[in-house]
Structures are given as structure tokens and as C-alpha cells.
Design a protein around this ligand. Sequence first.
Ligand SMILES: NC(=O)c1ccc[n+]([C@@H]2O[C@H](COP(=O)([O-])OP(=O)(O)OC[C@H]3O[C@@H](n4cnc5c(N)ncnc54)[C@H](O)[C@@H]3O)[C@@H](O)[C@H]2O)c1
Length: 353
Amino acid sequence: MSTGNVAVGLVGCGEISREHLKTYQSLGLKVVALCDLDRARAEKRKKEFGLEGAEILSDYRELVQRDDIELVTVATPVALHAPITLAALERGKHVACEKPSTLSIEENRQIVAAAERARRHVIFLSGRMRFGAAILARQYIKDGDVGDIYRVDVTYYRGRGRPGVDILKEARWFANKKLAGGGILMDMGQYFMDQVLNLAGWPAISSVSATTYKGFSHDLPPDVVYDVEEHATILARAGNTTFSFDFANICNHKPIRRITILGAKGGIVMDDEHYFTFFSEKCGPWRQTVHTTTWRDGTPGNDHAYSGLCKAIRGADPGIGTTPRQALAITELTQMAYRSAEEGREVRREELV
Ligand SMILES: NC(=O)c1ccc[n+]([C@@H]2O[C@H](COP(=O)([O-])OP(=O)(O)OC[C@H]3O[C@@H](n4cnc5c(N)ncnc54)[C@H](O)[C@@H]3O)[C@@H](O)[C@H]2O)c1
């Protein structure tokens, strides 16, 4: 099934828009319009990617009105994700929206309802990390080699990488909770939550205990709002499975990206050092077998996600990326964590309104 010729309109022509445009090119999507509040940014991308026929707009409401657009990409600051996604669905468009999905559980619920009403596909790009080594992990889990998953641990540390502060300095909105929804937990945490919840089969999280920290120095001008967390630590219960997450976008430690999945039959470690390793006792309890691999996934996560989405738009059922309901589950976990950190206690699912 071809992914080509899906007609797309892009809203938000900042830093990440380049990755979307590269994917459109590699999959053969037709770019109909580019929209940014700052028209010069849209013009710049149009020139850079040689999109002669594309219309330049500054109001997303005009873009979603165009009958010839089938798919809308949302690549704006997080606070705009829900309003633009809902406007696009209202006009019968499919949507590929950046991560993190929204600012609130209520916005996610509205998107679930609107997508079902419109019978349109919506994916969030938090699903970018379902590929690469995670493809192998999914295979081992599916084949029964891992068994009952009882423990999942994610550690992600950056040395100095606060967006809007140390990196992506033009995009100050990343530092502002009203626009970004939070710090490391929203920006990178939701990628990992998506990855491991997807591998574990989306178990319902029953309670969460979390802490956050913000206290590193910075050199932002005094009029710039900087009120998002730099470190988040989370313990989440889901039936037999315990999840822990430790996320930092600045810390005095070497960078780490490590995902551990422990099952009663086998264990998986995905990290920067070894990519993918599987541990099992297949040869007997005292002789543990270790499998590693030289395989690397050469396809960007973005291409995987759009490829599934475009096939679905053309009527196939390839199993698309982060759905509205999955995004809702991720936001629920995120919001339980923020509330737990704020109130200094464990938060149960029933407390969510
Ligand atoms: N930069 C990255 O490395 C990266 C990676 C993955 C995901 N993301 C996500 O992509 C999204 C965009 O991030 P970015 O880094 O490109 O930010 P950015 O600030 O570079 O770009 C955002 C763009 O949106 C435009 N915009 C704001 N309000 C708008 C509106 N109402 N209508 C049209 N355009 C509007 C801004 O003018 C800006 O050009 C965010 O959700 C972010 O979390 C970013």
C-alpha cells in the first residue's frame, strides 16, 4: 500500500518542522500549505524544500478550511496542539500532532471524542521511539520470551540540555509551564512513557508517586518565564507491573538513556552502549544466555509513524502510532505525577476528574 500523494498542510514552521518536511519528501506527500504566525519562517521552509506550489499562511484556521488538504501536521508550542487538532478534526482532516500531546486530561478527552466523531486518524509523535531497538523488544515480548513483565525502569539524563534555556534558545516557550505544560517530563518523558507502556500492552496505571526538582542556575533575562521542572522521578503501579522513570534535562552526571524491562522469563536492556540486549535462563537457571545484535534500524521514527498513518488514511490497517486514547493514558500518568510531586503524596487514578 502506497503512502504517497497524501495532501498535507503544516502548522508551525520552527525547529522541528524540518524533520516533518524531510519525512514528507521521503514518503512522497504533497505539501499544499505552510502556516506560521511568523510568515518569514514558513517562507524560509518553503524555499529550503523547494515547495513552489505551497501556499503560505499565518492563520491555521485558513489552512484547515482548504478542501484539498487531507492531513494536518501540528508542530507548534504545546498549548496550541489541542486547539489546532480540534479545528482540523472539525474540518474532517486527519492529524499528525507533535508530542507532548496536550496540556490537560480534558483536552485529550476532547480529542478522543472529536476523532471518533469525525472518524479521522490522529497520531501524536510521542510514538517516534516505538521503533529502532523497541522493534526487537516488541518481537521478543510477542514471542513469549519475556513472560510476565513485572518491572520496567527508564533512566534518561542529559548533561546540559534544558530547551529554551541551554538549547533551542530561540524557543523560550519551552521554559514556560503555561505554554509547554512542564519541563523534562513533558518534553522527553512522554516519549519514554509511550515506548514502555506500548511494549507492556498499555496496562492501566492505578497510582503514582513522584518528585520534581528545579534549582540549577541559568542566564535567562529577568522577563523570561522559567517555571518548569529540570528533574522528575516517578514510581507508578499498574497491576503486577512496577514502572519507574528518572528524567533529567540537566544534571551533574554522564548522559544516560537506558530502558530495562524485566519479565519472569527474560529481561531486556536498551541503552546507548549496547543498543539491545536480551537476557534469559533458557540454558538452565545458572547459565544465563545473553543475546545482542548488530542490527540497527536505519529508518527515522518520524518516517515509520507517518508511513503507518498515511497507509491508514488510504484504508489499510497497519497499526498506527500514538492514538488519542494512548495519548490520554500518557497525559493521565503525567498529570498524576505532577500532582503527586506538588502535594507530596501518592495519587490514585480515581482522583483524576
Ligand atoms: N525542537 C525539537 O527538537 C523537537 C523535537 C521533537 C518534538 N518537538 C515538538 O515540536 C513542537 C514544536 O517545537 P519546535 O522546537 O519546532 O518549536 P519552535 O518554537 O522552533 O517552533 C514553533 C513554531 O510554531 C509557531 N507558532 C506558534 N503559534 C502558532 C500559531 N498559533 N499558528 C501557527 N504557528 C504558530 C511559532 O512561530 C514557531 O515558528 C513542540 O510541541 C515540541 O515539543 C520539538
